[in-house]
Design a protein around this ligand. Structure first.
Ligand code: IMP
Length: 423
């Protein structure tokens, strides 16, 4: 039995939540393997719109078990809010939602450290979601972190105090204006920890091994996108985890030989939130229309997303790093009515034309080389079958498939579960 992966191929916000939700009926287990509440996975069905941050997107499916894997970082306060928001759906969390003992906890002081670090960076800030992601992974790799399994030990609060005290002196070191009431933040934190403790904690690598042996199907759900990967993204403007396929192995304890399909998701154009290079970014009417029609605002922070043409150089890189076996193109409907579409197929870099992602893709280093195509006028949102697609959309898809050398199996034509066309 294989573990299939679902990953974002751009800078996040590709629509992973929707596709996991669409695919869940094929799987017994949905597992998150990295990131934390910096993610915002939006699901829409039966007229309801719901945003998940840490909880896997299979939570609404009756028989799916949802696992928060060891590679994830959990903020108990946000987790509790997510659970509260889900109460109206009457889900059996104790049974449907299980958490790895090896997942690390985001403490209130991690969030404060994130804010202090960003403020101290000034103009060079990463544009972090300020959820404490970077500082928590720093404590993980620095071997100082507190894990979910620690909550089962009697002395975990001593460990907590020592770490929070250290963080406070680190916050002082940044020497920036910070107004906070730690006692109040800690009250919320400890209250939320008690709620977290009501859930089921497991050794998820063992659970997943046995589940596979017993014939269960597993989908690993990525968060953020490949270009935000700590190793392969546009460093330092990245998140602090491995968002690419390899992250699923370390974030769940699944062997590379167990990986089956790798579903790569991308938007028909490109977006990015936060700072960092974005060669095909648009500052004109086309970009504005993408933002407006595509409702491009961060699901976690509400920040407007930067928009631009599809960047095939970056997309090819992500397809290769992940070994994507199938592609899913999202938000094709947003491009309806564009008189022309541009796709970046190469960069001008130091006087040469290159087709790979160089070390540094800051605007002063690369100029995109575009291929221009005709747009389509038709509204795609009511279409139910690929045979209804306009010629120009078929040409766009065919061009991308030829360049990427991987089939595009799903075209999404709207946010709802039902607006998903299989090819
Ligand atoms: P952090 O992970 O909150 O530290 O943010 C680091 C960078 O990743 C910032 O540019 C964020 O905007 C971006 N980022 C983090 N999570 C997401 C996400 O789920 N979608 C899109 N961008 C994200």
């Amino acid at each position: 039995m294989a573990v299939d992966l679902l990953l974002g191929l751009q800078w996040g916000d590709e629509g992973k939540g929707k596709i996991v939700d669409v695919l869940t009926s094929n799987y017994n287990i949905i597992a998150r393997f990295q990131g934390g509440p910096n993610a915002g996975h939006t699901l829409e069905f039966d007229g309801i719109k719901h945003v998940l941050h840490t909880i896997p997107s299979g939570i609404f499916h009756e028989n799916a078990i949802n696992i928060v894997g060891n590679g994830v970082v959990i903020d108990p306060v946000i987790f509790k809010k997510e659970l509260d928001n889900l109460k109206k759906f009457d889900l059996d969390f104790k049974k449907k939602l299980i958490i790895s003992r090896k997942a690390h906890l985001i403490l209130p002081t991690h969030r404060l450290l994130d804010a202090a670090s960003e403020t101290a960076k000034g103009k060079a800030k990463i544009g972090s979601t300020l959820k404490g992601i970077g500082p928590t992974y720093m404590d993980k790799t620095g071997r100082n972190g507190i894990r979910v399994g620690d909550l089962e030990l009697d002395n975990w609060q001593e460990k907590y105090r020592a770490l929070a005290d250290k963080h406070e002196s680190m916050i002082d070191f940044y020497n920036v204006q910070m107004d906070y009431d730690l006692a109040e933040l800690e009250r919320d934190f400890f209250e939320a920890v008690e709620v977290l403790k009501e859930l089921t904690f497991i050794d998820s690598e063992e659970y997943l091994y046995q589940a596979q042996k017993n014939g269960n199907t597993i989908l690993a759900e990525g968060a953020q996108g490949s270009l935000l990967d700590i190793d392969f993204g546009t460093y330092p403007y990245v998140t602090s985890s491995n968002t690419t396929a390899a992250g699923a192995c370390t974030g769940l304890g699944v062997a590379p030989t167990q990986i089956g399909e790798v579903f790569g998701i991308f938007k028909a154009y490109t977006t990015r939130v936060g700072s960092g290079p974005f060669p095909t970014e648009l500052f004109d009417n086309y970009g504005e229309t993408m933002g407006k029609v595509g409702n491009e605002f961060g699901a976690t922070t509400g920040r407007p997303r930067r928009c631009g043409w599809l960047d095939l150089v970056a997309l090819k890189y992500a397809v290769r790093i992940n070994g994507a076996t199938q592609l899913m193109m999202m938000k094709g409907d947003v491009l309806s009515g564009f008189d022309k579409l541009k796709v970046c197929t190469a960069y001008q870099y130091k006087g040469e034309t290159i087709e790979h992602l160089p070390y540094n893709i800051e605007a002063e280093n690369v100029t995109p080389v575009y291929t221009e195509m005709k747009g389509w006028k038709e509204d795609l949102t009511k279409m139910t079958d690929a045979s209804q697609f306009p010629k120009e959309l078929n040409d766009y898809i065919a061009f991308l498939e030829e360049e990427l050398e991987v089939p595009i199996k799903i075209v999404s034509v709207g946010p709802d579960r039902t607006q998903t066309i299989h090819r």
